[in-house]
Design a protein around this ligand. Structure first.
Ligand SMILES: [Zn+2]
Length: 321
């Protein structure tokens, strides 16, 4: 019997898992809304993994579990230090799951896991790459020398909490004026609703921006904040390219064109690197979680391509929520 893996992307909105065989075919897929706080997401994770393992083991033996978490993760220790959207602090995820499932478990920050998929799938030849996933929150991962930079405490890439507006709106992190307070999908929707807008989803706000003054203003604020953050990121890191991922990347040129224009106007002394939408859309972290621990780069590339083909059929408007 060949081996397979289970990949999990824990988001603030939903927990997604796929059971994947050795060829990259999805044997089982499950998605549940994330329950709020404390031990609940852990219990959900356990249930999702049991269901996935049962389906996988009809054809394959489970070899490992890869998990992408939105927050500060000490990957070497397998501990989630802080995941505010899940209510987790110092949760020994790897230890608990290895005890329960008796296979190696790899836990990492979702932006770094997503960047792994972006590197392997799109640019396997390396090069400095900045990956900026935008969904419920805003994050980033910078890859240098073919691997994601973790920082001294695993906290590198907290791009969403760069200050975009001095004295601006209060962010969930406790600071004011963060990129995330304006440019995350959750905050675009919240800011729009707070101003009395009638559209119900981020894609609807994007579509309405040419006819709805509230949508236009909220979208303009998101573009301005994101561009301010990217200006700092480019200035500090000089990436060869910037990949915008997550659900918001599905907005495509409605997002990328004004961001590129703003950056070109603001960067006086150097060219703007290419700013591109992820080809994996909202699935980067899920694909990356399936590739964690895969030592064979050719096998990883082939699995990533196979997964991208299967998951692309799932891209829909709700992914941008
Ligand atoms: Zn913040």
């Amino acid at each position: 019997m060949s081996v397979g893996v289970i990949a999990v992307d824990i988001g603030g909105t939903s927990i997604k898992a796929i059971a994947v065989d050795a060829l990259g075919d999805i044997a089982h897929e499950v998605r549940v809304p994330t329950a709020g706080g404390g031990r609940q997401p852990l219990r959900q994770l356990d249930a999702v993994l049991r269901e996935s393992r049962e389906a996988l083991e009809e054809t394959s033996t489970l070899a490992r579990i890869g998990i992408a978490v939105p927050g500060l993760v000490d990957t070497a220790a397998g501990i989630v230090r802080l995941a505010a959207n899940l209510g987790w602090r110092d949760v020994t995820v790897r230890h608990q799951l290895e005890d329960a499932f008796s296979v190696p478990v790899i836990v990492d920050n979702d932006a770094r896991v997503g960047a792994l998929a972006e590197r392997i799938w799109s640019w396997p030849d390396g090069g400095d790459l900045a990956f900026v996933p935008i969904g419920t929150g805003v994050s980033a991962s910078h890859s240098a020398f073919g691997r994601a930079v973790e920082g001294a405490t695993g906290a590198a890439g907290e791009f969403g909490h760069l200050r975009a507006v001095v004295g601006g709106e209060l962010c969930t992190c406790g600071n004011r004026g963060c990129v995330e307070a304006y440019a995350s999908a959750a905050n675009i929707l919240a800011r729009y609703r707070a101003r009395g807008g009638s559209a119900q989803t981020v894609p609807a706000i994007v579509a309405a921006r040419t006819s709805d003054a509230i949508a236009a203003q909220v979208w303009e604020d998101a573009v301005t904040a994101l561009s301010a953050g990217l200006l700092s990121l480019i200035t500090l890191l000089d990436p060869s390219r910037i990949i915008i991922g997550g659900g918001l990347s599905l907005a495509g040129d409605a997002l990328l064109d004004p961001v590129r224009t703003r950056l070109a106007a603001d960067l006086a002394w150097r060219p703007v690197p290419p700013v591109l939408a992820s080809a994996l859309g909202a699935h980067s972290a899920l694909v990356g979680a399936a590739l964690q621990g895969e030592a064979d780069v050719d096998a990883a590339r082939s699995i990533a391509q196979r997964l991208a083909d299967q998951l692309s059929a799932h891209v829909d408007a709700t992914a941008a929520r």
